[in-house]
Design a protein around this ligand. Structure first.
Ligand code: FES
Ligand SMILES: [Fe+2]
Length: 353
């Protein structure tokens, strides 16, 4: 039986959000434009199985296409706001200690995280003007470096910070390959960071399997169908109902694609919030004492809408951000189980090909 034939046959009834679910302070014009649909969540026995579409070879081909993309050695290192004006921070990235600070004009600086004098970790060091002063004996480091210390490439895209490191098989580029983003001034942005025992490819492979969405995350998705006519190894186009509750949902069409080998983006192309993106970046940390790889997942949700009502959401951003982070984290609790399981099976040589 085809997937279409197995879709929940009950009619999708578009409606307005029940008044009881909307803040009383919302203007009537806004209340009337919020497009949600009454689509009850189907029970498992009414849901179409998706395992036939989620062929291991199909997911592997998409992953291979992503991994063939030159990432230029760029790795996401955190959130722009993590780097203050007058102090340094450090991160472990791809087996290296990396220090970050800001020059006096705000430009991001990155470099090896060990002091050239006696090796102090250059974390929480004072920054005055452009200069970082080591906490141990005051060794001064400049953004341009010197014969003892050479900076890495660094980029602040306004939401996330990146560092350019020598990575096997990658040719250095001037800038990371950023996906299209809505105008940040009119968007609500939230970033979630999680750590998993896996490699970046396990994180990317999880998202290159959209077919697990309605089965594994029924609290967030239902009625998920991959539009094969608009999909290939480079892009997966998905029609899905974002769940607000067991009764109400918001229908959207989204594209998944990989701008580099360690990043995957979900772009809402139609429906509420068109233009919004969820960027998932996987950054290798290194290998622990047991020989296991750790990966940091940095997920930026940049929510946007042309609707006038969204201006209200923008004003409510401080309250919305924790909700957006909680939603992303809940998904990633499950998705990390998937990614870590894939990593473990690969190490055992038991992952189905
Ligand atoms: S270890 Fe940095 S100045 Fe001595
Ligand atoms: Fe998932």
């Amino acid at each position: 039986m085809s997937l279409e034939a197995r879709r929940d046959p009950r009619p999708v009834r578009r409606s307005f959000l029940p008044t009881s679910l909307l803040p009383a302070s919302l203007p009537a014009a806004v209340r009337s434009r919020i497009p949600i649909s009454r689509v009850p969540q189907p029970p498992e026995e009414k849901m179409a199985p998706t395992w036939r579409q989620a062929r291991p070879s199909r997911i592997a081909a998409s992953l291979a296409a992503a991994q063939a993309t030159n990432s230029g050695g760029w790795l996401v290192a955190g959130v722009s706001a993590d780097v203050p004006a007058s102090t340094s921070i450090t991160r472990s990235i791809a087996g290296r200690e990396v220090v970050f600070w800001r020059a006096s004009d705000g430009t991001l600086v990155a470099g090896p995280g060990a002091c050239p004098h006696l090796g102090a970790l250059l974390d929480r060091c004072a920054v005055v003007g452009d200069t970082l002063f080591c906490r141990w004996h005051g060794y001064a480091l400049e953004p341009a470096g010197d014969r003892t210390w050479s900076p890495y490439r660094a980029h602040d895209d306004g939401v996330l910070i990146w560092v350019g490191l020598p990575m096997p098989g990658e040719s250095p580029t001037d800038r990371p390959a950023l996906p299209p983003r809505p105008p940040l001034g009119g968007a609500v942005t939230a970033v979630m960071v999680e750590k998993g025992i896996c490699e970046p490819q396990d994180v990317i492979a999880n998202r290159l399997d959209p077919w697990h969405g309605a089965w594994f995350h029924p609290y967030s998705f239902s009625h998920l169908v991959v539009d094969e006519s608009a999909s290939n190894d480079r892009v997966l186009t998905v029609d899905v109902m974002f769940r607000l509750s067991r009764t109400w949902g918001i229908p959207v069409r989204a594209e998944f694609f990989c701008p580099d080998a360690r990043s995957i983006v979900m772009l809402i192309v139609d429906g509420e919030g068109a233009g919004s993106v969820v960027e998932t970046h996987a950054t290798p940390v290194g290998v622990d004492a047991n020989g296991n790889s750790a990966t940091i997942i940095t997920e930026a949700t940049i929510a946007y809408s042309e609707r006038s009502g969204f201006r209200l959401a923008h004003w409510l951003a401080p309250a919305l951000r924790p909700v957006m982070r909680r939603t992303a984290r809940r998904l990633w609790v499950d998705d990390l189980v998937y990614a870590e399981r894939r990593y473990r099976l690969r190490n055992l040589g038991e992952y189905p090909e």
